[in-house]
Design a protein around this ligand. Sequence first.
Ligand code: C2E
Ligand code: CA
Ligand code: CA
Ligand code: CA
Length: 276
Amino acid sequence: AKEDGRNGFRFFRPNMNRAAEERLVLEAWLRKALEKEELTLYYQPIIEPKTGHIAGAEALIRWLHPEKGLIPPDKFIPLAEETGLIVSIGQWVIETACQALKELHASGFDDLYIAVNVSPQQIWSQTLVDVVKNALVQYDVPKGSLVIEVTESVCMAETETTLTALKAMSDLGVRLAVDDFGTGFSSLNYLKRYPFNILKIDRAFISDLPESNDDAALVNAMLAMGHSLGLSIVAEGVETEEHVAFLEERDCDLLQGYYFNPPMEKEKFLKLKDYT
Ligand code: C2E
Ligand code: CA
Ligand code: CA
Ligand code: CA
């Protein structure tokens, strides 16, 4: 096969190289996506179960590719993290979310918070605190209404850099959330070392409620622990009335999930009403 030109060439390029080529193409596209304004933020409501009030929104990135359509974050955030592109993408996310916050506050969502996801590479890049500080000033963001979500794993590595960055943001009036709580290596130590305000219970613990006795026990424990540490608790992946009932009964502070709304464009979010 080696001799027959193109085909032979292909013969010696197994599928793994195809994957590598596709990655290169994707990376080049992703670089352009930022400039061409193909990235967009969707917003998913976060609801206070007792009142039905929309207390917050999580900003979730989407890539609107002209040919491929809507590309979810799981398909490009890992690549953005590996290539370092996440630093500029992350800056765009923070600025866009703060701008949206100003608009939403002016349109009746006057006490809404917006939560933004931040990758470890952004924290380690050392530019994060300045990016946040500038966005807070530029868009006149009230204290507490920007939330930065970081996953547990961030707190386990590079602790000094992480601690310094999180404390600096906390001092700026940004609230901090532990995302995907319970899925990492939960050395619970970090919860008291870092200035967290919010704990987000991962949807893996919610989906089999109320039937799963194990998950029920774990969620009960997370609520008790989080509350005794003074944290506000958000349950992710709330999909059914039973989930809502279980969590409301146990005083879970906030709920997020398809039961209420999927993530949506800002224009659609602007038309939402509280669930009262
Ligand atoms: P995450 O931070 O855990 O975000 C929650 C994910 O759960 C979102 O997926 C959301 O659409 C989905 N979700 C919401 N409600 C439900 C539900 O009731 N059931 C189920 N099964 N899923 C639900 P999405 O938007 O695809 O985002 C996936 C992940 O991508 C996020 O997970 C986050 O880790 C990452 N990501 C999203 N936006 C950004 C960003 O701007 N920057 C960074 N660094 N990462 C981001
Ligand atoms: Ca999140
Ligand atoms: Ca999460
Ligand atoms: Ca996640």
